[in-house]
Design a protein around this ligand. Structure first.
Ligand SMILES: Nc1nc2c(ncn2[C@@H]2O[C@H](COP(=O)(O)OP(=O)(O)OP(=O)(O)O)[C@@H](O)[C@H]2O)c(=O)[nH]1
Length: 379
């Protein structure tokens, strides 16, 4: 391993805004481990961790998921338990942790640095931040040199984004295919102001080699300690040390202890059903799209394609919906869609989606799937 005689397992922490391309990066690394045996821990804030299901190596038991919360807040203790259990149970060369899109990197890193039972086994090696260059380009407000954020949830998310950029060793400027070159130069200039030290790569579908993010030896705790973000984080911890919120991290991070299903002003819910969607009604609903939903992802059943796993993936302004595989005999076919946003009207969205399902009449056995026209793409 890179760090001299240190035989602890190197850890790569992948952060990045919602939909920036973290799962894409994790899948890329798992598909080409370049001789490394990699274990993956995936955190998602929805009650169903569709990210874990979307990560390639799941079938081999490579992937551990931490669900329904954000590892920087309510799942911090679980993170420590899980990584210790992993190290006791399995042999692997590197641990890759995919944080949820709303996780602050500092508290997650702190678990690896300061919890003895964790730091005995692991060494924080590389902090990777995946930045959605397209979203950044669209949202950035050059007047304030901060991402545009007019509401409270937006401000919190904007701070998380700045933290993710400031606190990294490797920065992937991802989704470059969606941004013109001159605008990319502007984005890179701004990012460089926030983050002069990190290795920066312009990527499309996170196309870097595993060596770029695994066992690099790039993490530099002294540089981190000097950073404004780390100091602010410590100051916040101090402010809340005798806090009125009794969160399980012992006062740390108390302002981010959340009401059920809400983190950093962002809420989520999962829509689940075994009744298939009517293709035209669901397609029209995707075109309309409810306000307040920033991120949506998961699988759905379509009346016309009972054998097919249909995927929905929406990140900011871009959406894809189409076939991603076939249901296997051991699967439990169902629609599982996670919605994430700052002002979600969950009841209204559930009602709209219910209205897109086949009615009892449409679902009768006599109904022939071929009777529906299907505007979704094939393969
Ligand atoms: N055009 C384009 N799309 C991309 C690129 N990278 C990822 N995507 C797509 O963006 C969507 C979100 O990618 P993910 O890898 O799931 O993003 P994520 O950061 O894991 O998302 P969360 O875990 O929900 O925060 C998917 O539909 C990807 O296929 C890219 O470079 N260009």
């Amino acid at each position: 391993m890179t760090a001299g005689s240190d035989d602890r397992t190197p850890v790569t922490l992948v952060s990045g805004t919602l939909g920036a391309g973290k799962t894409t990066l994790v899948n890329r690394v798992l598909r080409n481990e370049a001789g490394y045996e990699v274990a993956v821990l995936v955190n998602d804030m929805g009650e169903v961790n569709v990210d874990a299901q979307l990560v390639a190596g799941d079938a081999d038991g490579d992937v551990v998921d931490l669900t329904n919360g954000c590892i920087c807040c309510r799942l911090n203790d679980d993170l420590a338990d899980e990584v210790v259990r992993l190290a006791d149970d399995r042999e692997f060369d590197c641990l890759l942790v995919e944080a949820s899109g709303i996780s602050e990197p500092y508290p997650v890193a702190k678990t690896f640095l300061e919890e003895d039972r964790v730091s005995d086994r692991y060494r924080l090696d590389t902090l990777v931040s995946v930045l959605d260059a397209y979203g950044f380009w669209k949202e950035f407000d050059p007047e304030t040199n901060r991402p545009d954020a007019s509401d409270a949830g937006g401000r919190e998310l904007a701070q998380v984004l700045v933290d993710q950029v400031e606190f990294c060793d490797v920065l992937l400027l991802n989704k470059c295919d969606l941004v013109p070159d001159d605008a990319l130069d502007d984005v890179e200039d701004v990012v460089r102001e926030l983050q002069p030290r990190a290795e920066l790569h312009r990527t499309t579908h996170a196309d870097v080699s595993p060596e770029t993010v695994l066992d690099t030896g790039l993490f530099d705790f002294d540089a981190v300690r000097r950073s404004a973000g780390w100091k602010r984080h410590l100051a916040e911890r101090h402010d809340h040390a005798d806090g009125d919120h009794d969160d399980h991290t012992g006062g740390d991070h108390a302002d981010h202890d959340h009401a059920d299903g809400e983190s950093h002003g962002v809420s989520s819910f999962c829509y689940e059903t075994t009744r298939p969607f009517h293709p035209e009604r669901f397609d029209a609903w995707i075109d309309e799209w409810p306000s307040g939903v920033y991120r949506a992802k998961g699988f759905f059943l379509l009346a016309t394609r009972p054998e097919t796993v249909m995927g929905l993936n929406r990140a900011g302004p871009s959406v894809t919906a189409g076939p991603i595989g076939e249901w296997r005999a051991e699967d439990d076919p169902a629609t599982r869609l996670v919605f994430i946003g700052t002002e979600l009207d969950e009841a209204a969205i559930r009602e709209q989606l219910d209205g897109c399902l086949l009615t009892d009449e449409e679902a009768t056995e006599e109904t022939d799937a071929a009777a529906f026209s299907d505007p979704f793409p094939t393969a």
